[in-house]
Design a protein around this ligand. Structure first.
Ligand SMILES: [Zn+2]
Length: 146
């Protein structure tokens, strides 16, 4: 038995799931269908992420959902090789990143389908959804095929 197995018995290994709010339901419904949805403010044209009840730029509640292109570039990233929350041990090594969507918003995600040492700031990535269960699919990003 490895040290990690002994330690795992001492921790809750249940994966945390997103908390859905009424104003974020559409985002998660879209993700289930493989669509990355962003809120657009009809009053000032701001593209909004994370989901909110009001536009953070002008406080309008006149907001609609539109599908984003899924294209983005890596703004920054960090790869975890060790010393992470026990519930994520099974995933290491994994890379957390901020990516800038073509539509403007910057979002925190994971970079997948790429060796950590090959990830570069500014690299072109595209969304790919990872299904957690019947309710949740998470938008991760992978390098754009050349
Ligand atoms: Zn606005």
């Amino acid at each position: 038995m490895t040290t990690q197995n002994i330690q795992a018995e001492q921790f809750d290994m249940t994966r945390p799931l997103p908390v859905v709010q009424p104003w974020s339901e559409a985002f998660w419904a879209g993700a289930r269908e493989g669509k990355l949805l962003m809120q657009h403010c009809k009053a000032c044209s701001a593209v909004i992420f994370y989901p909110r009840k009001f536009c953070p730029e002008c406080w309008s509640a006149d907001i609609e959902w539109r599908q984003a292109s899924g294209k983005a570039t890596v703004y920054t990233f960090s790869t975890a090789y060790d010393m992470v929350e026990p519930r994520f041990w099974a995933d290491i090594p994994y890379t957390i990143a901020y990516v800038d969507l073509a539509e403007g918003p910057r979002l925190m995600t994971r970079i997948v389908e790429c060796a950590p040492e090959a990830i570069k700031i500014g690299m072109a990535v595209e969304v790919v959804f990872h299904k957690l269960d019947d309710q949740f699919s998470l938008p991760f990003f992978r390098p754009v095929a050349k």
